[in-house]
Design a protein around this ligand. Structure first.
Ligand code: DQA
Length: 138
């Protein structure tokens, strides 16, 4: 059974509450329940943190034994050399995902410090971006 983890970064605990016009009205925990039902043949886990170092610690913890990481690092995508380096330092492949199409938004969201170290990037498909991220590992 493949082991895949979804890691969400800052402010993604507020999904369903925060800027619904951009991020939709579903909270992530109810979406994660749907994902577990959809991918019964996958050992799927979930971690969220608003803290850069905790995201790095989690990448180190799982990064040599899992089959894939679906990572939405939120705004750290555009700021964090350290998360980019953590992805480069582990062997588990990482797919960068975003709910919104960051390229349609402010210029500061167009750059990613993570993407050069990821296998690919998926953005703009709402919560379906996570499904596409998981599918990429299957
Ligand atoms: C986001 C896009 C980021 O620019 C933003 O900071 C987020 C969410 C997305 O999923 O669309 O927090 O990663």
């Amino acid at each position: 059974m493949k082991k895949i983890i979804i890691i969400n970064g800052p402010n993604l605990n507020l999904l369903g509450v925060r800027e619904k016009n951009i991020y939709g009205s579903q909270d992530f925990l109810s979406f994660f329940e749907e994902l577990k039902q959809r991918y019964l043949a996958v050992d799927l886990s979930y971690f969220q943190s608003n803290h850069e170092g905790e995201i790095i610690d989690k990448l180190h913890e799982i990064g040599f034994s899992y089959d894939g990481v679906v990572l939405n690092a939120g705004a750290y995508t555009h700021t964090s050399v350290a998360i980019g380096d953590a992805i480069a330092g582990i062997t588990t492949p990482v797919v960068e995902v975003h709910i919104s199409n960051v390229h349609k938004r402010e210029a500061f969201r167009h750059h990613s410090y993570l993407a050069p170290n990821c296998v690919g990037v998926i953005c703009g498909f709402g919560l379906n971006s996570y499904k596409l991220g998981i599918d990429s590992f299957l």
